[in-house]
Each structure stands twice: as structure tokens, then as C-alpha cells.
Design a binder for this molecule. Structure first.
Ligand code: CAA
Length: 248
């Protein structure tokens, strides 16, 4: 049997890289989605580094805020490897500021990148999954969708919207062997967290009962479970992995 194909949007980022490595080790053909403003060299360097570590991971170029670009990305994967069996909607950005200073661009950029992209990508793979009667959609949300976060009205709204999407689509495709789930990471030690001002970051750390930021691999482990055959009864769920920062 040919390998299942897993697409990880934002695959070359902090959490994305750990997910790609884990899914590679799980035996899938992994495609790391990237855009980086069209800077292919950065993604190619990432691919070469992983290759030197023994990870054979393909690259899939696509601007997730553009329907046409997502369509081209999925078409290319279909040609090279076949239809996408496992979609990890992981690509996202922050544009943090308090609402009183938030510009329409800061709002729209975050909604387009973190939420509309989830519709685009899922819409573009769902019919192939329905035809195959098997699929896994995993949406990477955030603890800040569950609890809200000072300075993130845009991000919290987009990430919370993601879980509404998960629950609606999960119902539509449950009878066809496709699961749709959300994973909500807490503060994970990646560059996104390091962009938060140090004193704010230290304050956040004090609110994490486990006493540290998470590791990207700890999120990748949850994805590994949801992507596999054994998770078929888990759908429409939100799995929190936040070191106890927020318990719902
Ligand atoms: N609760 C209450 N008040 C707070 C606060 C909080 N959590 N944080 C800051 N404030 C207060 C400050 O003390 C300050 O008060 P004074 O005006 O009385 O001095 C005031 O709010 C600052 O307000 P400003 O509008 O001037 O805000 P700013 O321009 O200084 O910047 C910010 C605010 C950019 C939002 C900054 O606080 C920040 O970066 N916060 C972190 C946001 C965050 O957690 N982002 C997560 C990024 S990682 C991620 O998103 C991944 C994931 O999924 C977890």
C-alpha cells in the first residue's frame, strides 16, 4: 500500500517542523506547506537540513490566504504524491496589540491567515477524502482561543472560530470515515513566544502550573495520535495541551 499523504501548513515553523518530523517517523509521505512571502530559499534550506538528519520531507508552496494559491498547492501534491489523506491546518500569525490600537489590516491579516485558510485548505481536500472514505483534519488552535488573551482580540477570535468550524465539519463527514479535531497548544517554546516582550513572557510563565513552556514535540505527539487509525472515534474534539494554564 502506498504511504498516506500528510500536508502540514506552516510546516517549516516551530511547531510545524516537529509535526513534520513526527508524521515522517509515523510512516507518512509528509509535505510541508510554506509561503514565506515567496522566499523559496529559506524553505529549501530547511528541507536540506532535515534531509541531512534523515527526514525526507517534500515542500508545498502556497499562500494560505489565497484560494487560487491553495488550489495550486493541493493540485501539485495530487500530481506528485496523490490526494491528501491527513491535513494539519497549522499555519498562523500573530499581530498583537490592544483593541484600541488594532488596525483593520491587523484584524484582516490574522483572520485570513489563521481562519479563512482553514476553510480553503479543508474545502480543497474534503471531496478527495469523501471519495476515499478516510481522512484526518487537524486544526491547530490555541489556549488563547479557549481563555482569551490581552492584546489578541484578532488571534483569539480566529482561533476560537477554528473550533466552531471543526465541530460543524466533523458532523458533516463523521459517517464517511473522516475525523475533524482541534488541538489547542498553550505557550510552546518557539519564536512566536519569543516575540512576546520578556516581562510579559515571564508573567505568563508564572501562570503555567507545569512550570515551563511546552516543547513542539509535545504537540506533535497529540497530532500523531489524531492522525492514526486508532483515533477513529475521536471527532469534533478539542484537545488542550497547555501545561495546566487553562482547564475547561
Ligand atoms: N492584563 C491586564 N493588563 C495588562 C496585561 C494583562 N494581561 N498586559 C498588559 N497590561 C497593561 C499594562 O500593564 C499597561 O498598563 P498601563 O497602561 O496602566 O501602564 C497596558 O496594559 C498596556 O497597554 P497598551 O495598549 O499600551 O499595550 P502595549 O502596546 O504596551 O502592548 C501587548 C500590549 C502587545 C498586547 C503586550 O502586552 C503583549 O505582547 N502581550 C502578550 C500577548 C500574548 O500573549 N501573545 C501570545 C503570542 S504567542 C501565541 O499567540 C501562540 C499561542 O497560541 C499561545
Amino acid at each position: 500500500m502506498s504511504k498516506r499523504v500528510a500536508l502540514v501548513t506552516g510546516g517549516t515553523g516551530g511547531i510545524g517542523t516537529a509535526i513534520c518530523k513526527q508524521l515522517h517517523d509515523d510512516g507518512y509521505q509528509v509535505v510541508a506547506g510554506y509561503y514565506a512571502g515567496g522566499k523559496h530559499e529559506k524553505a529549501q534550506a530547511w528541507q536540506a537540513k532535515l534531509s541531512s538528519e534523515g527526514y525526507d520531507i517534500a515542500l508545498g508552496f502556497g499562500n494560505i490566504t489565497s484560494w487560487e494559491s491553495c488550489e495550486a498547492c493541493i493540485d501539485n501534491i495530487r500530481k506528485d504524491f496523490g490526494t491528501v489523506d491527513i491535513l494539519i491546518n497549522n499555519g498562523g500569525i500573530t499581530r498583537d496589540t490592544t483593541l484600541k490600537k488594532m488596525t483593520p489590516d491587523m484584524w484582516h491579516d490574522v483572520i485570513a491567515t489563521n481562519l479563512t485558510s482553514v476553510f480553503y485548505m479543508t474545502r480543497l481536500v474534503i471531496n478527495d477524502m469523501l471519495e476515499k472514505k478516510w481522512g484526518r483534519i487537524i486544526n491547530i488552535s490555541s489556549v488563547n482561543a479557549e481563555k482569551g488573551q490581552f492584546g489578541q482580540a484578532n488571534y483569539s477570535a480566529a482561533k476560537a472560530g477554528m473550533h466552531g468550524f471543526t465541530k460543524a465539519v466533523a458532523q458533516e463527514v463523521a459517517a464517511k470515515g473522516i475525523t475533524v479535531n482541534t488541538v489547542s497548544p498553550g505557550y510552546i517554546a518557539t519564536s512566536m513566544i519569543m516575540d512576546v516582550p520578556e516581562e510579559v513572557r515571564n508573567q505568563i510563565l508564572k501562570g503555567i502550573p507545569v512550570g515551563r513552556f511546552g516543547k513542539p514535540e509535545e504537540i506533535a505527539n497529540v497530532i500523531s495520535f489524531l492522525a492514526g487509525d486508532n483515533s477513529g472515534f475521536v471527532t469534533g474534539s478539542n484537545i488542550s495541551a497547555n501545561g495546566g494554564q487553562h482547564m475547561s
